[in-house]
Design a protein around this ligand. Structure first.
Ligand SMILES: NC(=O)c1ccc[n+]([C@@H]2O[C@H](COP(=O)([O-])OP(=O)(O)OC[C@H]3O[C@@H](n4cnc5c(N)ncnc54)[C@H](OP(=O)(O)O)[C@@H]3O)[C@@H](O)[C@H]2O)c1
Length: 274
């Protein structure tokens, strides 16, 4: 068991597949109680069985993040299951494939809803638990694929493409991370984000018809670095490319844009303004 993992809990969204699955396995091996999340019961159960067979502790929480009501249920389920949350990895996501504009159950552009807004809501609902568990880390799995948010058409009703929707949602995660880091300064809860690795061999990359360039292990190590590395304890409001600190799209450093996104997101999720 790695240092300091005993009695600690980690939640990894979208851990029924891809890099999230690998991170859940690594955290399980380190001794974390792992809350596996996804929307496929069979694959969730299979991963839990694997972690348990390797001597770990894990449970599966099934939620479709395309429903904000389900995101709320997920937060409640987490609060019921654990009195501490040391690591939250917002990893679940939909890739770039598909030319058709899709919407979530709440009527929002689907990638904005699943890749960004669900994580925004989940994180905000879990903040009291995270604060009580400090030091705790929030890691948002974004991407190097980033496109500035068009605040006049956030739901991409014009000029839609799967790539644009993906890149906008990924930059929204970064704006959220930087905004949250500022809000959480001094609480012992940190927020960081990253591009894990380029074109890992995962379902979303294969679905996009791209030949994988890197392994899931490489991306998982980069996420583990932000979630676990002692050198990054207390570090917050940073964007990483793999294991190196990097610069994100300029909009992420625009305080007005971050404020605008927060105000919009609070309204879209029905949360009271903070
Ligand atoms: N692959 C890359 O090269 C790459 C590069 C940069 C960033 N990233 C980021 O890394 C993260 C993981 O990507 P990956 O490549 O590992 O993808 P993946 O293998 O396709 O896995 C995505 C995970 O998210 C879950 N998910 C998708 N939609 C969901 C929904 N509506 N509700 C609940 N769960 C949902 C999936 O569940 P199902 O299996 O049920 O769909 C799966 O567990 C994403 O945020 C992605 O943007 C990936």
């Amino acid at each position: 068991m790695a240092d300091g993992a005993q009695g600690k809990t980690a939640l990894i969204t979208g851990s029924t597949d891809g890099v999230g699955r690998a991170v859940a396995q690594l955290l399980g091996r380190e001794g974390f109680r792992v809350l596996v999340h996804g929307r496929d019961q069979a694959r969730g159960d299979a991963l839990v069985a694997e972690i348990v067979a390797a001597g770990g502790v894990a449970e599966f929480l099934r939620t479709d993040l395309a429903y904000l009501a389900e995101v709320r249920h997920l937060a409640t389920a987490v609060e019921r299951k654990t009195d501490r949350l040391d690591i939250l990895v917002n990893n679940a996501g939909i890739g770039t494939a598909g030319a058709e504009r899709l919407t979530s159950a709440d009527g929002y552009e689907l990638r904005f809803a699943v890749n960004y807004l669900a994580g925004f809501l989940l994180t905000r609902l879990l903040l009291p638990l995270l604060r009580r568990s400090a030091p705790a880390r929030i890691v948002n799995v974004s991407s190097g694929g980033q496109q500035a948010i068009d605040f006049d058409d956030v739901m991409l009703t014009r000029g839609y493409s799967g790539m644009r929707a993906y890149c906008q949602s990924k930059l929204a995660q970064i704006l959220f991370t930087f905004d949250l880091a500022e809000e959480l300064a001094g609480t012992g809860v940190t927020a960081t984000c990253l591009h894990p690795a380029t074109y890992m061999d995962t379902t979303m990359v294969r679905r996009a018809g791209v030949k994988p360039w890197s392994s899931v292990g490489e991306g998982a190590d980069a996420i583990m670095n932000l979630a676990r590395a002692p050198a990054l304890a207390g570090k917050s409001g940073l964007y990483f490319n793999g294991v190196n600190q990097a610069q994100a799209n300029a909009q992420a450093y625009d305080r007005d844009a971050r404020h605008r996104l927060r105000t919009l997101s609070l309204a879209l999720t029905g949360l009271a303004p903070g």
